[in-house]
Design a protein around this ligand. Structure first.
Ligand code: SF4
Length: 191
């Protein structure tokens, strides 16, 4: 059984797919316990894979994009089977991960890695995009862990003006590598 926090239909607010409609599946639990974490990833229900896919259909209709988030979505044993079932249902699967759990993902899964206290090299190499959180400083030390062709987004924590300013300065200083990502869903009051 999968451990679920919530499933909802909204728009991706961040990164390369910002503005794209997507069904979000927030899996419960995380293998890290970052002291700045403000995400509720508590266990709210258990659900079979089939029930989760039914809920995706009910909420999102034929919406092609499904985002597995958390907590840490790769921390559950059944996540790979969930991905396969979603793909067989015609969905494009995206994963938002902290990049600590080495997992062999299907090639057409879009992987967003947002490194926290540590990072697995296999997942760094597999990442399609990287989200670095700017919170009073720009954590550019992570850059060397990712390939040159991986898109790197700087995301100001809480959309705070001082963090936005720092991110803009860093992006302008490295225009070939860096892009700004704002949490647009928070600006317009959606999840
Ligand atoms: S990895 Fe993400 S979800 Fe997990 S504790 Fe850290 S900030 Fe929270």
């Amino acid at each position: 059984m999968l451990q679920i926090n919530e499933i909802f239909y909204s728009l991706q607010g961040e990164g390369a797919y910002s503005g794209t409609p997507a069904v979000f599946i927030r899996l419960a639990g995380c293998n890290l316990s970052c002291d700045f974490c403000d995400t509720d990833y508590s266990l709210k229900s258990f659900s079979s894979i089939e029930r989760v896919v039914e809920e995706v259909r009910r909420l999102g209709g034929d919406c092609p994009m499904v985002i597995l988030t958390g907590g840490e979505p790769l921390a559950q044993n059944e996540t790979l089977a969930l991905i396969t079932t979603l793909q067989n249902d015609g969905r494009r699967v995206h994963i938002e991960s902290n990049g600590t759990i080495a997992t062999e993902l299907p090639l057409d899964v879009w992987l967003t890695v947002s490194p926290k206290e540590r990072l697995n090299d296999t997942m760094a190499a597999r990442a399609n995009e990287v989200k670095l959180i700017v919170d009073k400083r720009v954590p550019l030390e992570w850059l060397q862990r990712f390939g040159e062709r991986t898109a790197v987004f700087l995301q100001p924590e809480g959309n705070k003006p001082e963090n936005i300013k720092l991110a803009i300065e860093a992006v302008k200083a490295d225009p070939r590598r860096l892009r700004l990502s704002l949490q647009t869903h928070k600006m317009i009051g959606i999840r």
